[in-house]
Design a binder for this molecule. Structure first.
Ligand code: NAI
Length: 312
């Protein structure tokens, strides 16, 4: 099998404890194996659920632990749902005494058109992706703050960034994770806690039904893992950022604001309509990376940016 690691591993994770959720297969398994190979003590979390949620199978996480141990690494299985994130973090504390990295990777799909979507479709997908990532990160947060170190990687999706037919539940949850990562990057900055989001594309059971087989062949999960590992390393200073990764390609994604139109007085919809071309003109644009940099009417009106004071 081709190795995606042609050079020696200078990015080590010795003495680091890494939680990878949904690590029993697909992307999470690839991440867990690489972290372990680089010296990390890994909590391999996986409920072993069906691709659409529901059910559980403890052997899924345990199989990856066995793989890691067979290769000389250290890992423990956690078979709780990410909805019980505190139990997953407790497993890290019980077995390894700390938690340095959280990769929020567990996920399910319940694709259906919005017209046919039930509350259960909406709730279950949001519970696993958004609430699950919140629960694990929130349980790890006090440990990361106390030790002055933490790395959090959220798995988002191009479905969230751009929208995706039949995935309103999933897209909403995935977009929520970008906001969560960006906010944790702000609240964690003073304690060396970095948080980023990556939108992967990889062959897995989640994509087997939506991508053609010749495309799936070039989308090995191992092409996504280097981004997760690099963003999780102690030398990284990258935070609050968003990347698309897969098939040997990686890029960064950012927001873009047009120069926009400014009205000195209250204005009508008709007056707005008359200046719509200015509102949507990207020929002169800006790429704000914080609320302080965002151009708002407040800035135009008062000459001051709309800065929200950080809370302790
Ligand atoms: P996968 O289905 O191969 O792996 C997901 C794992 O999460 C499964 O082993 C499953 O048992 C586990 N899981 C599900 N619910 C859980 C829960 N409540 N608690 C703990 N574990 C649970 O999927 P894949 O493709 O590896 O996806 C990993 C992540 O990457 C997901 O968040 C997915 O949304 C995201 N992603 C994947 C893309 C792809 O192209 N494969 C595209 C965009 C995002």
């Amino acid at each position: 099998m081709m190795t995606p690691h042609p050079t020696h591993d200078s990015l080590r994770f010795d003495d680091r404890v890494v939680i990878v959720t949904g690590a029993g297969q697909g992307l999470g398994r690839s991440h867990a194996l690489d972290f372990a190979r680089r010296g990390a003590q890994v909590v391999v979390n996986d409920l072993g659920s069906a691709a659409s949620g529901g059910g559980s199978d403890r052997s899924v996480a345990q199989a990856v632990v066995k793989e890691i141990e067979a290769a000389g690494g250290t890992a423990v299985a956690s078979t709780d749902s990410v909805e019980d994130g505190d139990k997953i973090v407790q497993a890290a504390m019980d077995h390894f005494g700390r938690v340095d990295v959280v990769v929020n990777n567990a996920g399910i799909l319940r694709d259906v058109s919005f017209a046919k979507m039930t509350d259960a479709d909406w709730d279950q997908v949001n519970q696993v992706h958004l609430r699950g990532s919140y629960r694990v990160s929130h349980a790890a947060w006090p440990h990361m703050r106390a030790q002055g170190f933490g790395r959090i990687v959220m798995k988002t999706s191009v479905s969230g960034i751009y929208g995706s037919f039949g995935q309103a539940n999933y897209a909403a949850a995935k977009m929520g994770l970008i906001g969560l990562a960006q906010t944790l990057s702000l609240e964690g900055a003073s304690r060396n806690i970095l948080a980023n989001a990556i939108a992967p594309t990889a062959a897995s059971r989640l994509t087997a039904t939506v991508l053609p087989s010749d495309v799936l062949d070039v989308l090995r999960p191992e092409y996504v893992t280097p981004a997760v590992v690099l963003l999780s390393h102690e030398n990284s200073n990258v935070t609050g950022r968003l990347f698309e990764v897969g098939g040997g390609w990686i890029c960064e994604v950012r927001w873009e604001q047009t120069e926009g139109a400014y009205f000195e007085e209250l204005f009508s919809a008709e007056q707005l309509d008359a200046r719509w071309a200015e509102v949507t003109d990207f020929s002169r644009s800006r790429h704000a990376t914080s609320v302080a940099e965002v151009k708002t009417g407040v800035l135009e009106r008062t000459g001051r940016p709309m800065i929200l004071a950080p809370q302790p």
